[in-house]
Ligand binder design. Structure first.
Ligand SMILES: NC(=O)c1ccc[n+]([C@@H]2O[C@H](COP(=O)([O-])OP(=O)(O)OC[C@H]3O[C@@H](n4cnc5c(N)ncnc54)[C@H](OP(=O)(O)O)[C@@H]3O)[C@@H](O)[C@H]2O)c1
Length: 268
């Protein structure tokens, strides 16, 4: 790949691992982060181990559509080769962003949706795009009204799962509209990260039950790294496996409706 690989949420547990692994592979990386101080610390730490790493930092706050637009505007056409939509959040409470979206949906869905669309003209036609999803999304239905949960509908995990389900839908519709792109989904499994702090997330019994399943960030990001290097799209990377996107997610009519509703809400 020539050009930088964009990694969103590069300050996070798996994001930082992805940046370092890509640098070791010889790629130049653009770290898209909302916290510049944290990003500098991550970059410096990687540079201590990988002194030749080519790492650039730019600001991106996915809870602000203006920030997404400013980030995309700052990217020169042809300077980037791939996009890893890694950033994500599980909001503990019901927060509405300045754009009027629920925060978990904004960071996990609306922000990456707009970012990807705005970057498309700047990426190669066959660019690799990897969207980080979650096993939680298999348990939730999707509909247009899902995109804007009311306060009564909000729950930490449920809203997160629905946002990731919407990201799956977006990925499939994007692939239909741009068949040359290599769009893949990566599911890291359950990873001990800043997002999921086992000590707080689960009770002691659940902790004990889940512990054998919990991965390190380095292990959790491996499916995404394999997806980024994939020669074809529309696959679901999980663990050591890579299979076509599961049938349960295939609903082109729904994807088209979700796309149209998202366009209407974002006003693009
Ligand atoms: N951990 C798991 O078990 C698990 C399971 C399935 C899927 N995932 C997904 O894997 C991805 C990485 O998660 P992780 O476990 O590595 O979590 P993490 O350590 O909490 O990293 C999340 C990253 O997202 C960034 N972020 C949060 N809000 C943002 C915003 N408004 N704008 C831009 N960036 C923002 C964070 O930035 P700051 O450093 O500034 O906070 C951080 O860099 C996420 O998409 C997550 O949903 C995780």
């Amino acid at each position: 790949m020539s050009g930088r690989i964009i990694v969103t949420g590069a300050t996070g547990s798996m994001g930082a691992e992805a940046v370092e692994a890509l640098a070791v592979q010889g790629h130049a990386v653009l770290m898209a982060c909302r916290n510049r101080v944290k990003a500098e610390a991550v970059r410096n730490s990687i540079l201590q181990r990988q002194p030749h790493a080519d790492l650039e930092i730019r600001s991106l706050d996915l809870s602000s559509l203006a920030s997404v637009r400013a980030f995309a505007d700052s990217i020169e056409a042809g300077s980037v080769s791939a996009l890893f939509n890694n950033a994500g959040v599980i909001s503990k409470g019901y927060i509405i962003t300045g754009d009027g979206f629920e925060n978990t949906f904004s960071v996990n869905y609306f922000g990456p949706w707009l970012l990807t669309q705005l970057l498309l003209p700047k990426l190669p036609p066959d660019a690799s795009i990897v969207n980080m999803v979650s096993l939680t999304c298999r348990f939730v239905p999707l509909a247009e009204q899902t995109l804007q949960p009311a306060k009564n509908d909000f729950s930490q995990l449920g809203t997160y799962a629905r946002a990731k389900r919407a990201l799956v839908s977006f990925s499939l519709e994007l692939a239909r509209r741009h068949p040359a792109l290599r769009i893949n989904l990566a599911d890291p499994g359950i990873v001990a990260s800043d997002m999921i702090d086992l000590g707080h997330w689960f009770d002691p019994l659940a902790d004990a039950l889940f512990k054998p399943l919990v991965k390190t960030p380095k292990a959790g990001v491996q499916p995404a790294l394999r997806a980024l290097a994939a020669a074809e799209g529309l696959h679901y990377y999980v663990g050591k496996k890579c299979r076509p996107v599961p049938r349960r997610y295939l609903d082109p009519a729904l994807d088209a409706r979700i796309w149209a509703e998202t366009q209407r809400l974002i006003a693009v």
